[in-house]
Design a protein around this ligand. Structure first.
Ligand code: NAD
Ligand code: UFG
Length: 335
């Protein structure tokens, strides 16, 4: 049985990935400081799978405590590194907190892995590393650039990981560049739980549930079919399965886009949510959000060709599962 250390495993994508790993027979150890999550997500994953997770409430900024986890948990085969701060707007306001947490946390983790001989790591990167991409759909080989401190941290972490692999031929690094993860596990037991949503779907979910009065559409004058921004949304369970496929087949440094290859506009997303939830969902057009691009969708074939991994769930499942989670857990994990 392979043993995987999941940093940030109590969070949105980490909890769904831990569930997939347990179901596939892996042993899961989670390290998370719960700065943006709750231990309840871990309990629910255990309940859904009927399996145990070893949980350490540890901050990656605390190198001694992180090393202690790796020493206490011998024979870790791979690390999946989700732990990071991720709010783009906040990163512009508080850049040092982002650089410190995301970069120092990653360096501490890598040092601890080196000291304990763990050589395989899958990293949560983001489509944000393409900046304002010229070529759409964007291939993995496109030029990189970031438009905010959060994106800079992702670019820097990609570079640090790649350099570490160059220096150590035993090391395997897979960089997964996620597009827009949405949805929830079909049970409705785990899902995304933001107190103040920054992203479109969690915001729409909360409007549909009556928690917020309306959704603001950030601009309808983009050069897109209906004037609103187009993104590639991927079901979080498809994304979770991509992580399992990545750790099952590590080989040197690999970089993959993780998306579906199909883009939807903000208006299309809201309309689908109206239809599926039966909620009215008031919407108002406002100014563009600074730093947003008109369209960002990936070339999504490489991960299919090399890892045999393909998104299976479409927009209806994404929204049905998001709404199931939201309506079943109006206060998220905070009840
Ligand atoms: P999340 O906030 O739900 O999960 C991140 C987890 O990391 C949280 O549980 C948090 O408590 C933990 N964490 C943060 N800093 C830590 C530290 N110093 N030590 C220990 N734990 C720490 O976010 P998510 O949406 O699940 O995202 C997971 C990863 O995927 C992040 O790296 C994020 O940047 C990346 N990503 C997310 C998206 C998205 O839209 N959700 C898109 C692209 C990339
Ligand atoms: N949008 C609205 N109203 C909202 C929120 C978003 O109209 O309240 C629009 C945005 O302008 C954009 C689309 O909905 O056109 C998607 O926005 P999100 O904030 O949901 O997602 P982004 O594509 O802007 O950003 C996400 C992650 C980032 C990541 C990026 C990579 O939040 O962490 O994808 O593409 F870097």
């Amino acid at each position: 049985m392979q043993k995987v250390l999941v940093t940030g495993g109590a969070g949105y994508i980490g909890s769904h990935t831990s569930l997939v790993l347990l179901e596939k027979g892996y042993e899961v150890v989670i390290l998370d400081n719960l700065c943006n999550s709750s231990e309840e997500s871990i309990r629910r994953v255990e309940k859904l799978t009927g399996k145990k997770i070893t949980f350490y409430n540890v901050d990656l900024m605390d190198k001694e405590a992180t090393l202690e986890v790796l020493n206490k948990e011998p024979n870790i085969d791979s690390v999946i590194h989700f732990a990071a701060l991720k709010a783009v707007g906040e990163s512009v306001q508080k850049p040092l907190i982002y650089y410190n947490n995301n970069i120092s946390g990653t360096i501490n983790l890598l040092e601890c892995m080196q000291e304990t001989g763990v050589n395989n790591i899958v990293f949560s990167s983001s489509a944000t590393v393409y900046g304002d991409a010229k070529e759409i759909p964007v291939p993995e080989t496109a030029p990189l650039g970031a438009t905010n401190p959060y994106g800079q941290t992702k670019l820097m972490m990609e570079t640090i990981l790649t350099d570490c692999a160059k220096a150590n031929e035993k090391m395997n690094v897979t960089l997964l560049r996620y597009f827009n993860p949405v949805g929830a596990h079909e049970s409705g037991e785990i899902g995304e739980d933001p107190e103040y949503p920054n992203n479109l779907l969690p915001f729409v979910q909360q409007v549909a549930a009556g928690i917020r009065p309306k959704v603001f559409i950030f601009g309808d004058d983009y050069d897109t079919p209906d004037g609103t921004g187009v993104r590639d949304y991927i079901h979080v369970m498809d994304l979770a399965e991509a992580h399992e496929a990545a750790i099952a087949k590590m080989n040197g440094v690999k970089v993959y886009n993780v998306g579906t290859g199909t883009g939807y506009s903000v208006k299309e997303m809201i309309e689908s949510f109206r239809q599926i939830s039966g909620s009215e969902i008031s919407a108002e057009i406002t100014a563009r959000r600074e730093g947003d691009v008109a369209m960002l969708t990936p070339k999504a074939e490489l991960i299919k060709d090399e890892l045999g991994c393909e998104a299976k769930r479409g927009l209806t499942e994404m929204i049905t599962d998001a709404w199931h989670w939201q309506s079943q857990n109006p206060k998220g994990f905070r009840e």
